[in-house]
Ligand binder design. Structure first.
Ligand code: ZN
Length: 351
């Protein structure tokens, strides 16, 4: 391929509805999956849905299963890769939250086999995206992989997750506002590739959750549908862009910095939401609207809500630009000074 070819990889099927555990076989058949399957789940998601999915698949497929206990770590990815090789697995089914899906995504990518995403929470946009966020040797990195061949989102199952996860999904979607601004900046200043389609789709998802904040707050099935659609559309926007640019800017760098500094960080979407308030302020956007939406859906808007020491927030703001230096953002090459970080955090009420 020459430099002008732009590859977009997308899920072939997205199923959104109720009682979909019985549908897994039909979806797998329609997307042409054959051979032995590996179902990945966590200790909790196995009980909620994983074991039912496994049972449904066994009616047609040979199935192995693996319980992921240590979250999205390289160690778990290696374990999954070994299982795939040792048991001649042809495809993977991930039943769980963000970390289970990330482990399945990277393990299947590294072994060159497809995977289906069966999310049990609506907390981040990794559900349908090509990027996996994996912790290795203490730090978390975003690794490029391929998107799932299908996404099966069972609204009833996702609704059983604590409400906090749904609110976090709003944070991860609202971050598209500042991510797109950062992308435009990088396009103008660094001549980086920019896609108007990808940006528009990403912004639309953010606007939809802002408009539907009151419905989302109800925490019912309609709420889950709103957030899931926004997260899947964001994943598609990233696939169109061929990078995480439409959904990951300085607010994500801030969250990654927190992950690095803390033993027990808050949820990804919660940190990213608070980061969006600050980065919106730095961009000269209407940051009050971001904070208002997060408040309305009951997501954290400050250090106290996050359960994070204000000093750590400031530290994260000053080191965020070092996390991924090739990703140009509003933080620039040199990042924020301590004074600037404190000012931004105070004005926006984050500290
Ligand atoms: Zn994110």
């Amino acid at each position: 391929m020459d430099g002008k070819v732009h590859l977009m990889q997308l899920p072939r099927e997205v199923l959104l509805g109720e009682n979909l555990t019985g549908e897994v076989v039909n979806v797998a058949r329609r997307v042409g999956l054959k051979g032995r399957a590996l179902v990945l789940y966590g200790p909790r998601t196995g009980k909620i849905a994983g074991k039912d999915v496994e049972k449904a698949l066994k009616s047609v497929y040979d199935v192995s299963s693996l319980t992921v206990r240590k979250g999205a770590t390289m160690e778990e990815v290696e374990r999954a890769i070994s299982a795939i090789r040792d048991e001649s697995i042809s495809w993977v089914m991930a039943v769980g939250g963000g970390s289970i899906i990330d482990v399945a995504k990277l393990a299947s990518f590294k072994t060159g086999i497809p995977f289906i995403s069966f999310p049990t929470t609506a907390s981040n946009d990794g559900i349908a995206s090509a990027n996996a966020s994996i912790r290795d040797l203490g730090s978390k990195t975003s690794v490029k992989a391929v998107p799932p061949v299908a996404v099966i989102a069972d609204v009833k199952i996702i609704k059983t997750a604590p409400y906090r996860y749904l609110a976090a999904g709003v944070g991860d979607t609202i971050s598209n506002l500042t991510a797109v601004k950062d992308w435009q900046l990088a396009h103008r200043i660094k001549g980086e590739y920019y896609s108007e389609y990808a940006s528009s789709l990403s912004l639309m998802s953010a606007k939809m959750v802002m408009r539907n904040a009151d419905i989302i707050r109800l925490g019912n099935e309609e709420s889950v549908r709103k957030v899931i659609k926004a997260l899947i559309s964001t994943g598609v926007a990233m696939s169109i862009a061929g990078s995480s640019r439409p959904a990951s800017g300085a607010e994500h760098l801030f969250s990654h910095a927190l992950d690095m500094l803390l033993q027990k960080p808050a949820l990804h979407g919660e940190q990213v939401g608070v980061g969006t308030i600050i980065m919106a302020y730095l961009h000269g956007l209407r940051w009050e609207r971001v904070r208002e939406t997060l408040k309305r859906v009951g997501a954290p808007t400050n250090a106290y809500d996050l359960g994070i020491d204000p000093d750590v927030i400031i530290e994260a703001l000053t080191i965020a630009h070092t996390i991924r230096p090739e990703r140009y953002t509003i933080l620039g090459k040199d990042g924020l000074t301590r004074e600037a970080a404190e000012k931004a955090a105070k004005i926006t009420g984050v500290i």
